[in-house]
Ligand binder design. Structure first.
Ligand SMILES: Nc1nc2c(ncn2[C@@H]2O[C@H](COP(=O)(O)OP(=O)(O)OP(=O)(O)O)[C@@H](O)[C@H]2O)c(=O)[nH]1
Ligand SMILES: [Mg+2]
Length: 700
């Protein structure tokens, strides 16, 4: 029964793994929290700080210079007999794709909130992102040491904006400067930290006994209302035991019926140990998450070390030392030296080394079990989103969907001799970050780089300069426009006939075009086999080809329903190619005969300004074609303005806001879909960005 024993050991090891993400709005303290976790778990021996560029996870020179996280960083550490694979994600919206890819491979997440600001716009976005991925979360209200910190207000904003059932398990001891500890409402113990951040545990002090009892009561009542077993105990004993409470909190976290809320101050080293304990107690292990399923639904793999190796590459980095591919292993045991199949491309890749990334050093291991996150060296061509699997048991997992780029710049090498080097370096970047697209403007022949925002592109170009030593000249940013069908045509006939010796080409099609809610819909109503099925498929493919460049300005076309109503074939000269060509040319012409309008990307903008600058800021927003949705009081005598603004009007807004508010205003944006552009916007039209093969999540 050797296999049985191995499997049991394997299962215990997998149960002790937590794949955790740290998610939040920019500046909430994710990187600082990660740093403290690495310190506490003995992974590093110094506490790095974001402000002096000494943290482990913000290791890229640009992250250190800018003081923000750009690239999700995965690190491994150990706590209380468990292995925690931790992903510190960026908060800035331009890097939301990094968060999206991380969420694909995480089993749980810690959502961090600023105790002064509460739920900020990007915390809401990443919260919803995690919800879409079914990733259970616990909340950490950070920065309780800050002036104006208010746990209750932050919890109220969580209740109002994110989840109706926040369950607060901490009572802060002291606030702001005097914040020194927490009462653990589950274990009814007081945790205090000294100036060095050393934890002492003791009984709840008398002066806090009454409030502790009241808050514990509130917690018990809230849990009893949500959990049937807890309710039973509560009804019988009029109270809940610690074990029942802990189990209920775990179950409610995993089903998403409630959110456990913890508190602390990462910067002051307070509240990090209980957060780690809570992550182990409440968030799921790989064994608790559903089996992974093939993209086509045909097969499933369990987190079992005995199953065929199944892994998803969620991150690729090219460092001077080589190419590092981060894998989430869903099934099987990965051994050093193994050969894996890249299921989408059919290439095989050799796993030369398996690494656990632990801060600034990597430790090598000769195997890794299902459920783990590791980095591997060896794969040469694996792109982000690829499935690597046992060649004898192929499976293709669904790749993470990338956001569609909304901003484009023209890029060229400062010295023309560097042109090829620049192209190669940019192409490498798009391998690492699929939300970046490299293209050639069909009209000007210029290279263009498209991405999710100005900062995203700026960072990419700067990375190329630093890593590849190529200076690039960057054009003015332009928004990626689209063309939407407003009024179609019916009975549009197109014949593609070519006779130039040898076999000819013949296809005849009749199309109806109508506006659609989705990007593209295709149906055929051809009867009597007048167009055979494989030619109908070729027509659909040809139509997709035609949508990459619209008649207004060569932008991608969206919102088109095409119906193939009739057609003719030639006994000798018809082919799939002929029908595909006919459809491409035919739909292009049909679109020229239809009515379309230009769509421009919008951004949901949230501006926080001092009250006295509100008038100026509103005036400036109006000049930027903004639709102001509302103004409300923000924290500390500020006002918050929510508005929908055309993205094209936001270029350079950061600088303008700074100068109009003497540096006191801040703003955040997130994509908010597309809307008809005024006629003049066509003059600003960006060169086309060819649509990605798999049109991803719409920017909404
Ligand atoms: N007062 C106080 N400041 C904190 C705390 N945690 C983090 N900070 C500060 O807040 C700033 C932002 O912290 P980061 O850890 O970089 O925040 P982040 O969430 O990683 O930010 P992005 O990665 O850019 O989204 C830094 O100046 C930190 O020193 C805290 O508990 N209290
Ligand atoms: Mg960070």
């Amino acid at each position: 029964m050797r296999t049985h024993t191995t499997t049991t050991i394997g299962t215990a090891a997998i149960a002790a793994v937590r794949n955790l993400g740290i998610l939040a709005h920019v500046d909430a303290g994710k990187t600082t929290l990660t740093e403290r976790i690495l310190y506490l778990t003995g992974t590093t021996h110094k506490r790095g700080e974001v402000h002096n560029g000494t943290t482990v996870t913000d290791f890229d020179p640009q992250e250190r210079d800018r003081g923000i996280t750009i690239f999700a960083a995965a690190v491994s550490c150990a706590w209380a007999g468990h292995r925690i694979n931790l992903i510190d994600t960026p908060g800035h919206v331009d890097f939301a794709d990094e968060v999206e890819r991380s969420l694909r491979v995480l089993d749980g997440a810690v959502a961090v909130f600023d105790a002064v600001a509460g739920v900020e716009p990007q915390s809401e976005s990443v919260w919803r992102q995690a919800e879409r991925h079914g990733v259970p979360r616990i909340a950490f209200v950070n920065k309780l040491d800050r002036a104006g910190a208010d746990l209750d207000a932050a919890v109220a904003s969580i209740r109002e904006r994110l989840h109706p059932h926040p369950l607060v398990v901490h009572l802060p001891i002291g606030t702001e400067e005097a914040f020194t500890g927490l009462v653990d409402l589950v274990r009814l113990r007081a945790l205090t930290w000294d100036a060095e951040g050393t934890l002492t545990e003791g009984p709840v002090p008398d002066r806090l006994a009454a409030e502790t009892a009241a808050r514990r009561r509130t917690l018990e009542e809230a849990v009893a209302e949500l959990d049937p077993r807890a309710l039973e105990e509560f009804c019988t004993h009029a109270t809940l035991g610690t074990d029942t409470l802990t189990t209920a909190l775990r179950d409610l976290t995993r089903t998403g019926d409630a959110v456990v809320v913890l508190a602390g101050s990462a910067y002051r080293n307070r509240g990090v140990e209980p957060l780690l304990d809570a992550a182990l107690a409440y968030l799921p292990s790989p064994l608790d998450t559903p089996p992974v399923t093939a993209a086509d639904g045909s097969q499933q793999r369990l987190p079992d070390p005995g199953q065929p190796v199944t892994a998803l590459a969620f991150k690729v980095t090219t460092a001077p030392t080589g190419r590092l591919t981060y894998l989430r292993l869903y099934a099987g045991t990965l051994h050093k030296g193994a050969t894996l199949l890249d299921a989408a491309t059919g290439r095989t890749e050799r796993i030369a080394r398996i690494l656990r990334v632990q801060a600034d050093r990597h430790t090598e291991t000769d195997h890794a079990l299902a459920g783990d996150i590791v980095a591997v060296i060896g794969p040469k061509h694996t792109r982000v989103g690829a499935t690597l699997c046992d060649p004898d048991h192929p499976i293709l997992l669904e790749a993470p969907v990338s956001a569609e780029p909304v901003v484009t710049v023209a890029v060229e090498a400062r010295r023309s001799a560097d042109t090829d080097k620049l192209t190669a370096a940019l192409a490498r970047l798009t391998d690492e970050d699929p939300s970046l697209r490299l293209a050639t403007d069909p009209e000007t022949g210029q290279r263009t780089l498209s991405g999710l925002g100005e900062l995203h592109l700026e960072v990419a170009v700067e990375k190329v300069r630093r890593d590849a030593g190529v200076e690039a000249v960057v054009g003015r940013p332009r928004v990626a426009l689209r063309e939407a069908l407003v009024e179609g045509v019916t009975g549009f006939t197109h014949r593609h006939a070519k006779q130039d010796g040898g076999s000819g080409q013949f296809a005849h099609i009749v199309l109806d075009l109508a506006p659609a809610d989705e990007a593209f819909a295709f149906t055929s109503t051809v009867t009597g086999g007048r167009v055979p099925r494989e030619y109908v498929q070729a027509v659909e493919a040809g139509c997709r080809d035609a949508l990459s460049e619209g008649p207004l300005g060569g932008h991608p076309v969206t919102g088109v329903a095409v119906t193939l109503t009739d057609g003719l074939t030639h006994p000798k000269d018809s082919s799939e190619l002929a029908f595909r060509t006919a459809a491409r040319q035919g739909l292009r012409e049909a679109l020229r005969a239809s009515r379309l309008h230009l769509l421009e990307p919008l951004a949901q903008v949230s501006v926080t300004v001092p009250e006295d600058a509100l008038g100026t800021v509103l005036g400036d927003l109006a000049a930027r074609r903004a639709t102001v949705q509302g103004t409300r009081p923000g924290p500390g005598g500020t006002a918050q303005v929510d508005a929908l603004v055309p993205l094209a009007e936001l270029f350079g807004y950061a600088g303008r806001l700074r100068s109009r508010t003497q540096g006191r205003g801040t703003f955040t944006t997130r994509p908010a879909g597309y809307a008809p552009a005024p006629a003049a916007a066509s003059a600003l039209a960006a060169p086309t960005v060819p649509a990605a093969p798999a049109a991803g999540r719409a920017a909404r």
